[in-house]
Design a protein around this ligand. Structure first.
Ligand SMILES: [Zn+2]
Length: 187
């Protein structure tokens, strides 16, 4: 794992553990005895993601194809989203607040170096879904991030990464709060 925390005012926030109850996610439907748990719906606002918007939508769709316990949906106009996705000129990074909530930056610095925009998008969304970086790592790992090199365009989580997200949101749906890392995760 190679998580770099930025210094300054955000550092204190990095150390806080934040419970799920403060999140803005839509509440899951009540569980009945035999029914499977409904997926937790998280909204995302890609309105500030500029030229990366389609890559962000694809990244969200990949997560929806990959896991059952959480679903990412575009926020309606005027709706406050769980996840804000912005474009900027820095390195890609994520600022999770609580599980399923936070801000993602699709940084042009990495895009300019040749990294794949869809892999960046699904990787950063992975942080919001509770995944840490797993570096260095192979291209088959989504959370190996930039360590897989610019030739790696795989935007799909591997089996372990999928299972971890399923566990995070499965726990949340069952009323158990998983441990969630907060603070700035660069790359
Ligand atoms: Zn990362």
């Amino acid at each position: 794992m190679h998580v770099r925390m930025l210094t300054g005012g955000l550092a204190a926030a990095c150390l806080m553990s934040v419970s799920l109850t403060g999140g803005q996610a839509a509440a899951a439907a009540p569980r009945t005895a035999d029914a499977p748990l409904a997926a937790r719906v998280l909204t995302y606002d890609a309105g500030g993601s500029a030229e990366f918007r389609s890559a962000v939508d694809r990244g969200a769709a990949i997560w929806n194809e990959s896991v059952d316990t959480v679903e990412l949906r575009p926020a309606a106009a005027g709706q406050r989203a769980n996840i804000r996705v912005l474009a900027d000129n820095g390195w890609p990074r994520a600022l999770p607040t609580t599980l399923g909530n936070g801000t993602v930056y699709i940084g042009r610095q990495a895009v300019g170096q040749g990294y794949d925009t869809i892999r960046i998008s699904s990787h950063e969304l992975g942080h919001i879904l509770g995944l840490p970086d797993r570096k260095p790592g192979p291209c088959s790992s989504l959370m190996s991030g930039s360590t897989a090199g610019t030739s790696c365009t795989n935007p799909y989580p591997n089996a372990a990464e999928k299972a971890e997200v399923e566990g995070n949101f499965g726990s949340a749906l069952a009323g158990r709060a998983p441990a969630v890392r907060t603070g700035v995760i660069v790359d």
